[in-house]
Design a protein around this ligand. Sequence first.
Ligand code: ZN
Ligand code: MN
Length: 483
Amino acid sequence: MSSVLDRYPEYTANIGIEVHVQLSTKTKIFCTCDNAVSKEPNKNICPICAGYPGVLPALNQQVIHYAIMMGLATNCQIATKTWFDRKHYFYPDLPKGYQVTQNENPICSEGFVTIRLEDGSEKTIRLTRIHMEEDAGKNIHSTVSNESFVDLNRAGTPLLETVTYPDMTNAYEARAYLKALHTIVRYINVGTANMEEGAFRADTNISVRKKDSKELGTRTEMKNINSFKFIGDAIDYEIERQIELIESGGKVRQETRLWDSKNHKTVVMRSKEEAADYRYFEEPDLPLIEISPELIERAQDDLPELPAATFERLMKENGLSDYEAGIIVDDLELSKYYEQAAAVNKSKQVVNWILRDVLGYLKEHKLKLAALKVTPEKLAKIVELLESDTINNKAAKEVFETVAQTGDEPEAVVESKGLKAIGSESELEAIVVEIIKANPKVVEDYKSGKDRLFGFFVGQSMKKTQGKGNPKILTKLLKKHLG
Ligand code: ZN
Ligand code: MN
């Protein structure tokens, strides 16, 4: 894949990413309100998350548990002592006037996520930290009247913010990192990571510099882009914009920019010439948090096999290529589907059928895997019927299509549609002999050197078996009898 940087060989880019993951806890981070999306505004709120003065927050212990799981899954050090801080700023969706977050001493630090590059090699993206914090509410600006509204349903939703070093150097790496982190969240299941719903939000810091310069350039930040594709496009655009600006004698300004996906460009949202002073101080209403070895052990126990380990295992034990394993592992639903099918049928054909027929069918019919009537067990059965020569390849495709439409058992479909292959060699041999006997002239021509007439015999045999003959066996028998 090409990168915009190919056009500017003397430049390199530095990209750092902050991801906010909403945690799927039952209740909010500091109160007992339902942590659920609601269509009705200000439904799941109470004096604590609505920011009334004088109320006392109490920390949801599940947030600590999920934060440790996330830290362990990304190779972080887990703090033994940690605490919350107040970050002060004014915005209507933050009625307290401060966000409860972690500043100096986050719960997880110095981790890493490994990504795969296009050439198959691996690269380590280092994490500076993962910290816990509360989400703010939402401002809703009316499109029909000149009014704005505040919905606090989201206020107090627990978040984990994962921050990288500026280790990524192009859009491909940034996207690979985001996908890897997204997959980890899906596997460990601390949140839905649903990007459209804002449960996995990425802010991207981008700067460019001449390769011979050690100092990082001035960076711009891009907020909340909710698709992997847009993030890649936005990074490419921003890298080129910054280089062009420098090349024409200008200066990159530190600012927050938005991706305008319709016009395919970034636009200024706000300028950040000076670092904001948030007047952080320790949250006095919450006690110091001590992380015991038992807590870490419990988080460790709750971790499933992580995507990187699944990837290795599918290659080593199941014989998948890195390409195949990559596609399967990147999608939690697909990897569950594959594992269930492979548990019934160890054949290498299973992954081929998934990548070609299952994914093809889903795409063609705009279906989600969960809605596919070809269950993993049924797919395993179809492959088994094919490999035992009970049906041939053409029939297997027909069985797949039918099962996908009806959900019937593959064997029942084979039976009812009469798709069983004429498989026994003696049966096929009789047919071959008959065809040869019935076409003496063609046999003569073939024997005199017209090799391509072999296709005629294959065609006749398939016709005679109504497409149910095993082409491999038929070819073998024809060669034997035609001499
Ligand atoms: Zn509340
Ligand atoms: Mn944050």
